[in-house]
Design a protein around this ligand. Structure first.
Ligand code: C5P
Length: 236
């Protein structure tokens, strides 16, 4: 009799190794306080509150000791790279070295997207688990899109129909994503700004799962203010 293969587990991988210069602060943005605690703590709290998450791996820069694991389900790995894609690639290799299987799922999520909720994470898992490829949270483009010309002025208006803004988490099989990223390692991961772009370049079509306008990535100083207001409004 053939043994039934174990059902795939879900892991979270949080790239947290950026320098965050656009947020305008001396310390990396993922450690800036929002509602009283470093941003990444809110992100971690959302993932550790999801019962289906087997483990959360946080990728920090080599030598970064700012973050201590809040519990045994979280590991901090100092394998951050020069780009976000390299940090994710190194984190996937760490997950595999820690015993994750190639057919297990990984949800990659920016540490700086600290407004993610367990409900949104659950919605992505529900949509992707039965899918052959996996997918990402994204939002249909609401604004009119302009193409800048060489003079810095609006040169063209791009049709926004069918355009989505990619968010995270992005959920794929660990083996598929690792192989998709490996194909870009020699080129310094040029053009790979999210996991889905690597998976698409490998010939797949990720699912677009509706995210939330509140799932913003803190990038500029004003985003910090917005994140603070939303968290306080949630009673955090
Ligand atoms: O800079 P950006 O907004 O694209 O960063 C998105 C996420 O990727 C952040 O959580 C940041 O810490 C992480 N990152 C990383 N390694 C890098 C650059 C960014 O883990 N080399």
């Amino acid at each position: 009799m053939k043994a039934t293969p174990p059902s795939p587990r879900c892991y979270a991988l949080l790239p947290c190794a950026g320098s965050g210069s656009r947020a305008g602060a001396a310390r990396p943005k993922q450690y800036q306080p929002v509602a009283g605690v470093p941003m990444v703590r809110h992100t971690l709290a959302a993932f550790t509150a999801v019962p289906r998450m087997a483990r959360v791996l946080v990728v920090v820069a080599p030598g970064d000791e700012a973050l201590q694991p809040p519990d045994a389900a979280v590991s901090i790995v100092p394998c951050g790279g020069a780009t976000r894609a390299e940090s994710v690639f190194n984190g996937l290799n760490a997950l595999l070295a820690q015993g994750a299987a190639a057919h297990d799922w990984v949800l990659v999520h920016d540490a700086a997207r600290c407004l993610i909720t367990p409900a949104l994470i659950g919605a992505l898992i529900d949509a992707c688990l039965p899918d052959a490829v996996g997918g990402l949270l994204a939002l249909p483009l609401a604004d009119t899109l302009k193409q800048e010309g060489a003079d810095g002025r609006a040169a063209a208006t791009i049709d926004r129909a069918g355009k989505w803004l990619a968010q995270t988490p992005q959920m794929f099989r660990i083996g598929l994503l690792r192989d998709a990223l490996a194909a870009h390692a020699a080129g310094g991961f040029a053009g790979i700004t999210d996991e889905a772009s690597a998976v698409q370049a490998a010939g797949h079509r990720p699912l677009l799962v509706r995210g939330s306008a509140q799932n913003l990535k803190v990038t500029y100083p004003e985003d910090l203010v917005m994140a603070e207001i939303i968290l306080r409004n949630r009673g955090v």
